[in-house]
Design a protein around this ligand. Structure first.
Ligand code: NAD
Length: 504
């Protein structure tokens, strides 16, 4: 049985003694394909010690040299794209093309990080006062940590370490224990790209390791992405320990369909956004809100053949639209939410629960499901399902359509489909959600902008990547300098030294 070990101080390190392990499944077959070692506080201590040794030298390496490592890493990941995509797909279950997208979106953050010398430049004011200049610089936090979810095992680690490391930090990554192999390969490729040992390390584990990270006094900043209850917990515990914390949580994104929308385009967009990656995306569109009964009926009529045409297959099937979900427990959870929706009185138009893939009966597959007449009071609407389930919530008018996502507990992404620029502009300005798409179903911002939701979709006040990421992984230092001419003169007298300096 393959074992996935920590990557500490530049090498893969098997824990001594009887370490706990967790099974890694192949979601296509339902079989255990590997085991990951679960670390504890002592494991983390070794990683922190190596990070403390490595970080000062890395921070002192000039930013162009640090950027060159990122450039080389980018080339290496491209060269290993097929290998990485197959590995990712075999543990996560997303189809190969989508696995490549997962890696590519992470690489785009690495590309942004290649420009780090430019973005780290500080500000300077000459003559802020008599003979006084003021300037600022951004310095790394020191040691940062990232705790990542299963659903983007390449992109989300790169969101974090791409920026953190380019800024001069050492970084300790605690990936999801469900698909940890790609994060380890990425750390190995960073070493191959020339990153000194100890600057990027991977420790595996569950709550025990997460708590050790949150409590460790040498770790100055923690970035978390996962479900909301755990995000909130991580935020509270990390902040209580005096750390800088950003913690992204769950989502329930809505797609508003105005009566003037191009319905063929909407159906094509919705199929991918609701069912792609088996719905296991925080920027999936699991709720569609047609405005007006006519729009709702027409949309439903067009959705049915589109859903019937979806091909669910093994993740290596190049024709498949989506593959299995990540494990049996998640499959059961999705099925349970469908059950709840039925109990609550929503109309189950397409039921994917009985889907079995021939020859892969033990795989974690689930067919697409469609609900109509879902209402805001239903638990199945309020909570994130994170599976291939699309819910139609009918809205009588535009105002209701704006209110639904605005009042939902999650506020990650939202989209509006319309030909009316005024309606789109109003919607974007008023909706209480962090990322908005206008005729774009999955509005994940590009790497040099920034990613982050509102409400229970994110705790903390800085987003991922772009300049927000640079701000999160650095501290600002501001210097006020005066170089007296030595003649003893200068502004003010002895008396003035006792008064707070002003620019009056
Ligand atoms: P999860 O919350 O189960 O796990 C996330 C991380 O937390 C993992 O590394 C896991 O090991 C750790 N963890 C699990 N239980 C813990 C506990 N009790 N205490 C401390 N740490 C614990 O999330 P997941 O199932 O891996 O990922 C799916 C979730 O992530 C969904 O809710 C999805 O919406 C969300 N997500 C959000 C974003 C975003 O940017 N907002 C992006 C991707 C995924």
């Amino acid at each position: 049985m393959r074992s996935v070990d920590h990557h500490i101080a530049g090498t893969c390190a098997t824990a001594a003694g009887a370490a706990r392990t967790s099974d890694i499944f192949d979601p296509n077959t339902g079989q255990v394909q590997a085991r990951v070692t679960l670390g504890d506080a002592a494991t983390l201590e070794r990683a922190v010690a190596a990070a403390q040794t490595a970080q000062p030298g890395w921070a002192a390496t000039n930013p162009q040299r640090r950027a060159r490592v990122m450039f080389r890493f980018r080339e290496l990941v491209e060269a290993h794209m097929d290998e990485l995509a197959h590995l990712l797909s075999s543990e996560h279950g997303k189809v190969i093309a989508d696995a490549k997208g997962d890696i590519q979106r992470g690489l785009e953050v690495v590309e942004f990080a290649c420009g780090i010398p430019h973005v780290l430049k500080g500000e300077y004011t000459q003559g802020a006062g008599p003979g006084i200049d003021v300037y600022s610089m951004r310095q790394p936090i020191g040691i940062g940590a990232g705790i990542t979810p299963f659903n983007f095992p390449a992109m989300i680690p790169m969101w974090m370490f791409g920026v953190a490391i380019a800024c001069g930090n050492a970084f300790i990554l605690k990936p999801s224990e469900r698909d940890p192999s790609v994060p380890v390969r990425l750390a190995e490729l960073m070493r191959e790209a020339g990153l000194p040992e100890g600057v990027l390390q991977v420790v595996h584990g569950d709550k025990e390791m997460v708590d050790a990270i949150l409590d460790h006094p040498a770790i100055g900043a923690v970035s978390f992405v996962g479900s909301s209850d755990i995000a909130h917990y991580v935020y509270r515990r990390g902040v209580a320990a005096g750390k800088r914390v950003q913690a992204m949580g769950g989502a329930k994104n809505h797609g508003i369909v105005m009566p003037d929308a191009d319905l063929d385009q909407v159906v094509a967009d919705l199929s991918g956004a609701a069912f792609g990656s088996a719905g296991e995306r925080c920027m999936a569109l699991p709720v569609v809100v047609p405005v007006g009964e006519k729009t709702a009926d027409a949309l439903r009529e067009r959705l049915l053949p589109a859903i019937a045409a979806l091909r669910v297959g093994v993740s290596t099937d190049a024709e498949a639209h989506y593959g299995p979900v990540v494990n049996a427990a998640h499959r059961a959870r999705v099925a349970n939410w469908i059950h709840t929706g039925v109990d609550e009185g929503a109309e189950l138009v397409v039921d994917g629960r009985d889907f079995r893939l021939q020859g892969h009966e033990q795989g974690f597959f689930i067919g697409p499901s469609l609900f109509d007449r879902v209402t805001p009071d239903m638990q199945a609407y309020k909570e994130e399902i994170f599976g291939p389930v699309l819910q139609i919530v009918r809205a009588p008018d535009f105002e209701t359509a704006v209110r639904l996502p605005s009042e939902h507990q999650y506020g990650n992404g939202v989209a509006i489909f319309t030909r009316n620029g005024h309606a789109a502009r109003e919607f974007a300005a008023r909706v209480n959600v962090g990322m908005v798409g206008i005729n774009v179903p999955i509005p994940v911002p590009v790497a040099y902008h920034t990613f982050g939701g509102w409400k229970r979709s994110a705790f903390g006040d800085t987003n991922q990547h772009g300049m927000e990421g640079v701000k999160f992984w650095t501290k600002v230092k501001t210097i006020t300098q005066r170089w007296p001419d030595g003649a003893g003169g200068g502004p003010g007298g002895v008396q003035d030294a006792f008064v707070i300096p002003t620019m009056g």
